[in-house]
Design a protein around this ligand. Structure first.
Ligand SMILES: O=C(O)C(=O)C[C@]1(C(=O)O)C=C[C@@H](O)C=C1
Length: 310
């Protein structure tokens, strides 16, 4: 039986993401206080899958997740979920706006309401918390005196009995966070025609055109990249690896060729999985990049080499 973990507590956007994963319904679901703890529990076998935030449409990549996924024992991504994001400003009953001198929330939450805060509560200082729901739960339980209001999901305010002072306080309406379900390496999800693959690529050295060499591997095979981020390797100043999401499944011919190309030009390639896209959007594949086109070219080469038997 699959045991699931998520960045908790109850009321996080991550829990909403897990609720959007049908196979997790009715299964054991454990809340962890950080992405690192959830992924450590997964690596140690205490849980079988962990839902973690990876990318927000306004604030970009969640570095804690990106780094925790590609360092340590290998993990693979087996699926993704998109969650619409909206925030409320929640307080203990009786607290007024004038009482709010500090606001607690997750760094990605703060980044999405900074503009609203600047105009509506310009003197309030920001207190980082482990998640938006943790900010709400600790405030409701009277565990904190460092902030008087939490920025969280409406459901987190309701669930903890906090009062909502303002709703829809996000600076950009329509924001979405993308979550991934990570598991220990095992069977790959089957290709669906609407898939994504995630890799982390380490270069041999820093040289002119180095990034272009990596990108060429995708361009030459007609592969669309949907996210590219450089992350410091942590070894020395200026040394980066690249975290890349692209369209297609490792079993697609064009993806296989791009991965072998990357493996040749890079010092290391960490494969983090091929999985169905949450939006179900089919990859647009040029006629020159279909599985048939690659098979045809392979047959042609085999003929030239006199290797073809049938
Ligand atoms: O704190 C939460 O509720 C989370 O699920 C984390 C998280 C994130 O890491 O981006 C998820 C969605 C929102 O963008 C803000 C915070």
């Amino acid at each position: 039986m699959t045991r699931y973990g998520f960045l908790g507590p109850v009321g996080t956007f991550t829990q909403a993401a897990l609720a959007g994963w049908p196979a997790a319904k009715g299964r054991e679901q454990t809340a962890f206080s950080s992405v690192d703890k959830a992924l450590a529990a997964l690596r140690e076998g205490e849980i079988d899958a962990a839902m973690v935030p990876i990318e927000n449409s306004v604030e970009g990549g969640v570095s804690a997740t990106l780094d925790a996924l590609h360092t340590g024992d290998p993990l693979t991504v087996v699926g993704e979920v998109l969650v619409p994001i909206t925030f409320v400003l929640a307080v203990r009953p009786g607290t007024t706006r004038d009482d709010v001198r500090a606001v607690g929330t997750h760094p990605h939450g703060w980044a999405q309401v900074r503009g609203w805060m600047g105009s509506e509560l310009p003197d309030a200082v920001y207190v980082p918390t482990l998640s938006t729901a943790a900010a709400a739960a600790d405030l409701a339980a009277g565990l904190v005196d460092s902030y008087q209001a939490a920025v969280c999901a409406p459901v987190a305010a309701q669930g903890t009995g906090l009062q909502v002072l303002a709703s829809d306080i996000e600076d950009r309406s329509g924001a979405v966070t993308r979550f991934v379900l990570a598991a220990r390496p095992g069977e790959l999800p089957e290709p669906t025609g609407a898939d994504k693959t995630t890799v982390v690529v380490y270069q041999y050295d820093d040289h002119a055109g180095g990034l272009l060499e990596l990108l060429e591997q995708f361009a030459a095979r007609g592969i669309n990249i949907s996210r590219l981020e450089s992350r410091p390797t942590g070894d020395v100043m200026g040394r980066y690896c690249f975290s890349i999401d692209f369209e297609g499944h490792v079993r697609d011919a064009r993806v296989g060729e791009a991965l072998t190309g990357l493996r040749r030009v890079a010092a290391d390639v960490r494969f983090l999985g091929s999985y169905p896209r949450a939006d179900g959007q089919q990859a647009s594949i040029q006629l020159t990049a279909t599985d048939d086109a690659f098979a045809d070219a392979d047959r042609w080469l085999a003929d030239l080499r006199g290797e073809r038997t049938h």
